[in-house]
Design a protein around this ligand. Structure first.
Ligand code: ZN
Length: 325
């Protein structure tokens, strides 16, 4: 009957069994993977995992080892909205306590992805992500950010390099670029993730594979995983083709994001709840107590307490004696 942050988020049931969520080396009696982003996906595979079928397929792209899919009557997966395949988990302890661990979360509908909706079950303990858990992180409507990006692409008369997380953000970027007259290229890493998403949502991406044989010209757009921005081939590409660089991320609400990444333009399109949406989730779930994890945990816990009046605390990694509030 405790919640801890050790390797992943760990819920110990009244039976003594441990439910371990999003660990690097999952070792629970039950293991959960909320979605296939690298910081939530195992490094060492356990025997079996509770996850969505699509997350399993995406994990197969990213990891050599692939666990079997487990089910457990006490666990229910609900859409988390965040990226394709992402699920929150509701855990019903036999003693009557109900937990909800959100993983990463978005309540907004994004094209083919519906947003998170609070579970119907009454939740006693909510464990909520805090990526944008500070009051200044408030995003414009996604359609507005997408329109500004589309407009920038249309007005730019050079090749464009577009940086986005390869799972989730990159697929939405491809759909937006499909509404311009650019020829869109993707790298192998993005293309491999596209395949299961295309099948799961009946989508079509009108894109070509980028390789050494392609020379970018002013009618082209290349979608790149965000972490490649610091690699030397990007600098070379910019020098050789005069390409402009854009990035799409929630961090773009802070102007230092553009400066730090050396981008020509940035757009605040995110796969996460912004600050106000995180508070709205807490309010809608209406739990007895709130734990915050992953990101601005102290800030979000403080704001949940002061603005909403819930008991809330930040989960600290390897803190041994949490006790009750
Ligand atoms: Zn994520």
């Amino acid at each position: 009957m405790t919640v801890r942050y050790r390797d992943g988020i760990e819920v110990t049931l009244s039976t003594g069994e441990r439910v371990v969520c999003d660990a690097d080396e999952p070792d629970g009696d039950v293991n959960v993977v909320s979605h296939a982003h690298g910081d939530h996906l195992y490094e060492r595979a356990p025997g079996a995992v509770v996850w969505s079928p699509l997350t399993r397929e995406l994990a197969a792209v990213r990891r050599d080892e692939l666990p079997a899919t487990a089910t457990d009557d006490r666990l229910t997966l609900v859409d988390a909205g965040h990226v394709p395949g992402a699920r929150a988990v509701v855990i019903e302890d036999p003693d009557g306590t109900t937990y909800c661990y959100t993983g990463d979360l978005s309540t907004r509908d994004h094209r083919y992805l519906g947003g998170f909706e609070p579970p119907e079950a009454e939740v006693d303990t909510l464990v909520i992500e805090s990526t944008y858990g500070e009051p200044e992180y408030v995003f414009p409507p996604p359609a507005e950010a997408a329109a500004a990006f589309r407009e920038w692409v249309r007005e730019t008369d050079t090749p464009v390099l577009v940086f986005a997380y390869s799972l989730g953000r990159a697929q939405e970027v491809q759909l937006i670029l499909g509404e311009t007259d650019r020829q869109v290229y993707v790298t192998e890493a993005v293309a491999a993730l596209n395949d299961p998403i295309v099948d799961a949502f009946d989508l079509a991406f009108d894109v070509a594979r980028y390789g050494g044989d392609v020379t970018l010209d002013s009618g082209d757009a290349l979608v790149l995983p965000s972490q490649t921005n610091r690699l030397s081939f990007v600098e070379t590409l910019v020098e050789e083709t005069g390409a402009q660089k854009a990035a799409l991320s929630g961090w773009a609400v802070d102007s230092s994001f553009r400066f730090a990444g050396g981008y020509d333009a940035t757009f605040p399109l995110s796969d996460h709840c912004d600050f106000e949406e995180l508070l709205a989730v807490v309010d809608a779930v209406d739990p007895e107590r709130v734990y915050t994890c992953h990101g601005s945990t102290d800030s979000l816990a403080r704001e949940v307490r002061s603005r909403l009046g819930y008991e809330a605390r930040a989960l600290k990694r390897n803190q041994t004696s949490l006790g009750e509030f």
